[in-house]
Design a binder for this molecule. Sequence first.
Ligand code: ASP
Length: 340
Amino acid sequence: MSSKILIIYTGGTIGMIEDAETGHLTNVDFNHIYDHVPELKRLDIQLDTISFLNPIDSSEINTNHWDQLATMIQENYNSYDGFVVLHGSDTMAYTSSALSFMFDGLRKPIILTGSQLPIGIIRTDGKENLITAIEIAAKKKEDGSPLIQEVAVYFDYQLFRGNRCSKDSAEHFEAFRSPNFPPLASAGVNIKFDTNLFYQSQKNELSIHHNLNRKVALLKLFPGINFELYKSIFDKSKVDGVVIETFGSGNAPSSEEFKVILENYISAGGVVLNITQCNSGKVKQGLYKTSSMFNKVGVISGFDLTTEAAVTKMMVVLEGHNGKEAEKLMQLNLRGELSN
Ligand code: ASP
């Protein structure tokens, strides 16, 4: 039996065509997707499409949109074999990370894709991205269950784990990278899957974390940083958790002021997670003197989490968990997002 896939259009470049009269880019009506991508008719896959009422540039994405997207998938979960989410590439890695943590017990693929050039432009990368993302979402195992059972991003011939990749280029078709985890699949003449890498939930029941905690902050360190300016972030009555992007393997300038800020915040119940600004590799707190202070004050290691995964994981974990329990969950590998 052929697979049934639901395409959800949220907005972004992929869904745009040039208005013949004005030359302006406007959104495609995805109900007429076959007019724009007739090649889809040749796939032996049943396709339905739904769209956000008002498709958005992905810079506008917020936690309400993630909730809306999760609800759309939840409402259609039993009627489809898989989901392809069309999304602007700018914040796609945040959305794919957020969805990966919001869905627990996922048994079907949620594949996000987009493009650097609109689908209505001759040199578009959108057609290949769309067609192959659909093919991947439709793939089944011998027992008839979906091959991919996690949230992933398909872009420029590669399939990445959704909570392991980041947007890397504002102009190349090869726009995403996943330096700490290999691609789940590569598309050439054939699509080659690395099935050993697939994430498989141990749970049988699907449950969705609809509420995300927005009292989360992100601080990127830089040489010469004036910690005084950032004091207001470390206020437990306003902020439940802070992700700090540090240098190298998790290092920071030695500053008594910063140490006291962190100590007070953590003893008031705040969670502070240390991730690296480097594109690859992981945090090793205590390897250098410049990171041992973090261990003393109770900052926890984010290992090799991407910024997108760290922020969205915190948003999910800090809703309903706090203190030591939250810290423990933040350091556990919940959806294949970290290597510790
Ligand atoms: N600004 C666009 C967006 O992220 C770019 C794209 O679609 O790739 O929505």
